[in-house]
Design a protein around this ligand. Structure first.
Ligand SMILES: *[C@@H]1O[C@H](CO)[C@@H](O)[C@H](O)[C@H]1NC(C)=O
Ligand SMILES: *[C@@H]1O[C@H](CO)[C@@H](O)[C@H](O)[C@H]1NC(C)=O
Ligand SMILES: *[C@@H]1O[C@H](CO)[C@@H](O)[C@H](O)[C@H]1NC(C)=O
Ligand SMILES: *[C@@H]1O[C@H](CO)[C@@H](O)[C@H](O)[C@H]1NC(C)=O
Length: 265
């Protein structure tokens, strides 16, 4: 059949004489086969045009899709707060897949606008289990513990970088049991922290983070540490904030900075 080459020729024609469809109506003496061919070509052309429109709509949707997720990387520069999270150290015991755990209460208040963080480890009443409080400001940080105040000459951005949060990639959405009986949807991020990152003096192999679906706040992050020959020592360190909320609440905590901290500067 030669229909293929005929079609090619006719498609070319349809561009030149596209308006002829209306002229056909006015002429009395007609070649029906020409009319049918032209109607067919007209329909073909309409079909092609709507195909183009549909295609462009589909592709534009495909194009905007990554933008609406908006975060192939862990978004950690956010304002958020939680008074009652937990920090858990999980150690290998030396027996295969056997672990010891130590858990303590923590709080986290992060103000991305003013670039400051208040982070307290040990939140029981009367400072019973208090270990340390981090006061992070834009250009400097104070570590306050029972021995006093230590001024560190890096601030907010570097503090977060040292947590190994940079370029941690989105893996997928998940449902996540944050507390007994309460399941939430999260974005799950995972990656390898930059080689100079040390957590508890050890370079973690892996960082994982779990954020709200809109990336406005973080439910949890954790580090996984390499196995040693003795299979003892730190396996995982995880920060859980099941009650984390977006935004900042009581910024008065920054005023609790002991006066011994000021003397140093
Ligand atoms: C995407 O990210 C930009 C910049 O971080 C932000 O301004 C915008 O609101 C985000 N869009 C959505 C849909 O989250
Ligand atoms: C944590 O704090 C929030 C608000 O401050 C409170 O609603 C919640 O019950 C607390 N959860 C626990 C486990 O103490
Ligand atoms: C922090 O440091 C930057 C760069 O050195 C400087 O421009 C800025 O004024 C400092 N901010 C404060 C609050 O000291
Ligand atoms: C876990 O291992 C680390 C590193 O070896 C050690 O400093 C820490 O005391 C251990 N913690 C527990 C609860 O065994």
């Amino acid at each position: 059949m030669s229909s293929v080459s005929e079609k090619d020729h006719e498609v070319l024609d349809s561009f030149d004489y596209g308006d002829d469809v209306s002229i056909i109506d006015r002429s009395e003496i007609v070649d029906w086969s020409t009319i049918i061919i032209k109607i067919f070509l007209g329909l073909l052309f309409i079909g092609f045009a709507s195909g183009c429109i549909i295609y462009s709509v589909i592709t534009s949707e495909e194009y905007t899709h990554p933008a609406s997720t908006n975060s192939s990387f862990f978004v950690f520069d956010v304002s958020q707060h939680c008074d009652n999270g937990t920090l858990t150290w999980t150690n290998r015991t030396g027996s295969f897949n056997d672990y010891d755990r130590v858990t303590t209460g923590i709080s986290w208040l992060q103000d991305s606008q003013r670039k400051r963080i208040y982070h307290r480890i040990g939140i029981a009443k009367d400072n019973k289990d208090w270990k340390i409080t981090h006061y992070v400001f834009v250009n400097h940080t104070f570590f306050v513990d029972r021995n006093g105040c230590n001024k560190i000459d890096y601030g907010y951005d570097e503090y977060l970088r040292r947590l190994g949060f940079q370029k941690i990639r989105m893996q997928r959405e998940e449902y996540f049991t944050i507390e007994e009986g309460e399941s939430v949807k999260v974005n799950y991020f995972e990656g390898e922290p930059s080689l100079d990152i040390q957590i508890e003096g050890i370079h973690p192999n892996l960082v994982r983070a779990f954020t709200s679906p809109d990336n406005k706040f973080t439910y949890a992050w954790e580090y996984i540490f390499p196995q040693t020959a003795e299979s003892t020592g730190l396996f995982r360190k995880d920060y859980w904030y099941p009650e984390m909320k977006p935004g900042v609440d009581d910024e008065g905590v920054f005023e609790e900075l002991p006066s011994s901290c000021y003397k140093q500067s």
